[in-house]
Design a protein around this ligand. Structure first.
Ligand code: ADP
Ligand code: MG
Ligand code: ZN
Length: 632
């Protein structure tokens, strides 16, 4: 990527010994210049003048050979009537020392010699003296300045300099076209860009220009990408840096960096400043999270600078974070980051669009159906999807294909979400059987319940992320709400694996730990967050720590209530488990048949699964009917 660095940023590679060398070099050169100059002056005067004794001078005077005598303060300079030539053909003058000689003047008058007396030249000599002191100092200062500038941000002098990178116009190479989905975020940002292009339009009507906008969303949803796109669209200088760039070991450095950054920005208005991961400095200043002098000073400086902005000067500060709840309230008030641009996890349409954007440059054959992949990747963010397309391309190459097919895409999805297949891990026959029953338990319970999601694939090929096998389920359509029934169905599906193990082998394994964890979290949320348990009713017992990161929750209730919550969660889980066992016991034949098939095939598709399921079901119904006939 091409980017201009600020002038004071310089090339940092010249730091260290190189610089000391250049100072030394400079000094040596200066000294040499002085010496050479002095030497030249000496040789010049030596070549044009010659010393004579006072006797010789008097003799020359008496014999009338002298044309002119000049008093040079401490010598007589004598110009003879017939000037002799030196070795180089230059006319020579003589000089001799002055002596207390009262007769000299009358002798010179007698001979008619031109007398040039000494006139003390006060002003020019003072200037000369001053210059001879000041000039070297000036030179030294200039030299030091030059060297410092070359060191740029390095050394002690440059610690407080901002590290902002400046992107100008389209140098990021990213435009809004490269950001798929996120229409609302883009709309807000287009507005911001428009503010910068035509500030008059807004000022005329009396609107104040916004000062800052905060991009908020889970990791990987494209916040940084959006900011880059703004830079690509804005045609104004774009200062980009991360929150951590401000943080240094010394207190006060961050603050001075902020000051420097804003100074630079004001010079370049209209412009955009982008601070990525602003939570690094914008953390709330309360002491609960641990105070930090340096960070707080930096934050205070940032607050002050944002207030100090002239609102007619079109400078806009963009920032990105995935932890808006820990940001200091002062940052979020009107006049600072008052605009909040939410960058959500993409919905189905958004995911398909992101897939399209990223598949533009890869070859795909006609089997590819991005809609299907979009539907299967509910919850995935842009970064995951971009990664999937890339993995699919790599898989296609590995399999010797010229283009990506749908199978590659789904395989890539599993690689991204579950890790790579571990082909070399060989399970013993017994373990394969257990894993197989466990997975079919999940799938079968899911198929037996009305509110569960359809099964897409069942596999017992181990993956690098720890799974020995899994059931892939895809929803029929994008869902934004979960009903209580659906959550209950999900709980039963979660525990179906363990239930199958218990029914078939009369013993249980460690394989269900992840299922149990998931089920517990879901059941607990039902009680403490969703108000879905009759016992507690509509009480919020837990608050989420973070909106966009899975940071967990904090319980805010008495210990007594916490104990009650635990027992309620236990009850829900127990009932779900019993339900799973009931369903599987009723369909034992089905369970056996599908598990057998899975052990043989390792992976079966949802279609194959449903086929066996239906066949066995029909068989059972005939059987049931027969029973009924007999009963009659
Ligand atoms: P974050 O929100 O964590 O800053 P990034 O902007 O760094 O996420 O996104 C990481 C990568 O994911 C991007 O470089 C891009 O390839 C891809 N990506 C994320 N969101 C989108 C999107 N909406 N459209 C296209 N690509 C996206
Ligand atoms: Mg980012
Ligand atoms: Zn399981």
């Amino acid at each position: 990527m091409n980017n201009n660095t600020t002038p004071n940023n310089g090339d940092k590679d010249n730091r260290g010994p190189g610089n000391r060398q250049s100072i030394l070099m400079f000094l040596v050169l200066m000294l040499a210049a002085f010496l050479v100059f002095g030497f030249l002056q000496r040789t010049f005067t030596e070549a044009t003048t010659r010393e004579i004794s006072y006797d010789e001078f008097l003799t020359m005077l008496e014999e009338g050979e002298v044309a002119k005598v000049e008093d040079t303060y401490n010598t007589w300079r004598i110009t003879p009537k017939e000037q002799p030539f030196g070795e180089n053909g230059i006319e020579l003058t003589y000089y001799t020392g002055k002596m207390d000689d009262p007769d000299l003047l009358s002798l010179m008058r007698e001979q008619g010699v031109e007398i040039d007396p000494y006139i003390p030249d006060t002003t020019s000599s003072m200037i000369y003296q001053l210059a001879s002191i000041l000039l070297p100092i000036l030179l030294m200062v200039l030299a030091l300045n030059y060297v410092m500038r070359r060191m740029g941000g390095g050394g002690m002098m440059g610690v407080g300099k901002s590290k902002a990178k400046v992107y100008i116009e389209k140098e990021t190479g990213v435009t809004f076209k490269d950001v798929a989905g996120e229409e609302e975020a883009k709309e807000s940002l287009v507005e911001v860009v428009d503010f910068l292009h035509n500030p008059d339009k807004y000022v005329e009507i009396g609107a104040k220009l916004p000062k800052g906008a905060l991009l908020v969303g889970p990791p990987g949803t494209g916040k940084t990408l959006l900011a880059k796109a703004v830079a690509g669209e804005a045609h104004v200088p774009f200062f980009s840096l991360a929150g951590s760039d401000f943080v240094e070991m010394f207190v006060g450095v961050g603050a001075s960096r902020v000051r420097d950054l804003f100074e630079e920005a004001k010079k370049n208005a209209p412009c955009i400043i982008f601070i990525d991961e602003i939570d690094a400095i914008g953390k709330s200043r309360d002491s609960r999270l641990g105070g930090n002098d340096e960070r707080e000073q930096t934050l205070n400086q940032l607050l002050a600078e944002m207030d100090g902005f002239d609102s007619n000067k079109a400078c806009i500060v963009l920032a990105a974070t995935n932890r808006p709840e820990i940001l200091d309230q002062a940052l979020l008030r009107p006049g600072r980051f008052d605009r909040r641009i939410i960058v959500e996890r993409p919905d189905l349409k958004g995911r398909v669009e992101i897939l399209k954007v990223h598949s533009k440059h890869v070859k795909m054959d006609e089997t590819v159906d991005l809609e299907a992949l979009g539907l299967a990747t509910s919850g995935a963010v842009g970064a995951d999807l971009a990664n999937m397309i890339n993995e699919a391309a790599i898989l296609a190459v590995k399999n010797g294909r010229k283009a990506i097919c749908q199978k590659d895409l789904f395989e890539a999805m599993e690689v991204v979400l579950m890790g790579k297949e571990k082909k070399d891990r060989i399970l013993s026959t017994e373990e394969r059987k257990i894993v197989s029953y466990h997975e079919v338990g999940h799938a079968l319970v899911s198929a037996l319940q009305k509110d569960a999601e359809p099964v897409q694939k069942i596999t017992i090929v181990p993956r690098t992320m720890g799974a020995l096998g899994y059931v892939l389920q895809t929803p029929e359509e994008e869902k934004y709400l979960l009903s209580k029934k659906e959550i209950e169905a999900r709980l039963v599906v979660c525990l179906g694996g363990r239930a199958a193990e218990e029914i078939v082998f009369d013993t249980v394994t460690t394989g269900a730990s992840n299922d149990i964890e998931q089920a517990t979290r879901l059941a607990r949320a039902m009680v403490t967050q969703y108000g879905m348990s009759e016992k507690f009713g509509l009480i919020g017992l837990e608050t989420r720590e973070s909106m966009y990161l899975n940071n967990g929750t904090v319980l805010n209730c008495s210990d007594q209530t916490a104990t009650d919550v635990d027992s309620e969660v236990m009850r829900i889980l127990r009932e779900s488990y019993d339900e799973a066992k009931r369903l599987l016991l009723e369909n034992r034949t089905c369970l056996d048949k599908i598990a057998e098939f899975l052990i043989e095939k390792e992976s079966i598709t949802g279609k194959e699964f449903m086929e066996i399921f239906r066949k066995v079901k029909e068989g059972q119904e005939e059987y049931h009917q027969e029973e009924l006939i007999f009963a009659e």
